[in-house]
Design a binder for this molecule. Structure first.
Ligand code: ADP
Length: 263
């Protein structure tokens, strides 16, 4: 439709849209607020890496290109900024699909222990940069077959372990465990001995773009969507997610999964 800047015309347009689509006007107004809030956050998230990339490119164009070593360094940093943008856009795409309910789960039976080991392998480098050890503690060191969307659960594990590294202390530990529960369920726990989370922030932690330390965690390079994505994926599976954390001691994020009936 036409772009409207005038408030009155916007209201009129929303009313007409609601009538056409047979949507309650209040519902639509809430959605409109939600959309504005979302877009505001999105542009804010994209700005930081975009300005970084712009900064390096401008510096290069203004003469830094002459020096071979600096040229390489700045291009690498610009490339890193672009990587971050892509990463944020991928997360945005995923959260949008999850929120709209436009994402089908593709459930299969798989060994959750093996998946955790694969995620460890993928994150080994990142952890070692902070000298954080990724350890695996299990009451039953054998394969444990679960039924879930494997790719999505890999994303859940990745987001939680990446956070434990980002908000963990140097020389710290991230421990993952899987435990059998009654009623054919297992619980997966990701525990760190990092900075922990102040109690008053815990209820809002899974909201998209919510951060405890605004500047700090943004510089750590997240999208602010990691936990929102985790929550959606677990809830789509009809499972539960829990968090326990103590400031200065560490955090534990855990979620339940359904055990597979065969195998
Ligand atoms: P971000 O991209 O900021 O990491 P997330 O949704 O993954 O976004 O996490 C939201 C916020 O929760 C983080 O900014 C951080 O403040 C807090 N947080 C998440 N995981 C941990 C953890 N393991 N230890 C301490 N704080 C955490």
């Amino acid at each position: 439709g036409p772009i409207t800047t005038d408030m009155k015309t916007l209201t009129e347009e929303i009313e007409k849209f609601a009538k056409d689509k047979k949507i309650e006007i209040d519902t639509l107004k809430i959605r409109e607020e939600y959309r504005k809030d979302f877009l505001g956050n999105v542009s804010h998230e994209l700005k930081t890496p975009l300005f970084t990339v712009q900064g390096y490119i401008e510096t290069l164009l203004n003469g830094a290109m002459e020096d071979k070593a600096i040229r390489k360094k700045y291009l690498q940093r610009a490339a890193k900024g672009v990587d971050r943008l892509i990463y944020i856009i991928k997360d945005l795409d995923l959260i949008t699909k999850l929120e709209v309910g436009d994402l089908n789960l593709e459930k299969e039976n798989f060994d959750i222990v093996e998946l955790i080991e694969n995620v460890f392998d993928l994150l080994e480098m990142k952890a070692s940069k902070k000298k954080i050890s990724l350890t695996f503690d299990m009451a039953y060191p054998n394969p444990i077959y679960v039924r879930a969307d494997k790719e999505k659960i890999q994303q859940v594990l990745t987001n939680l372990i990446v956070n434990s590294i980002k908000y963990g202390h140097k020389n710290g530990t991230t421990e993952v465990s899987v435990e059998n529960l009654i009623h054919n369920k297992v619980i997966v726990r990701v525990t760190d001995n990092g900075e922990g989370i102040p109690e008053q922030h815990i209820p809002r932690l899974f909201e998209r773009f919510y951060r405890v330390d605004k500047s700090g965690s943004r510089s750590e390079g997240g999208s602010g969507l990691g936990l929102a994505i985790v929550k959606h994926i677990i809830e789509r599976h009809n499972e539960k997610i829990y968090v326990e954390s103590e400031l200065g001691i560490g955090s534990e994020f855990s979620f339940t999964m359904e055990k597979s009936k065969n195998r």
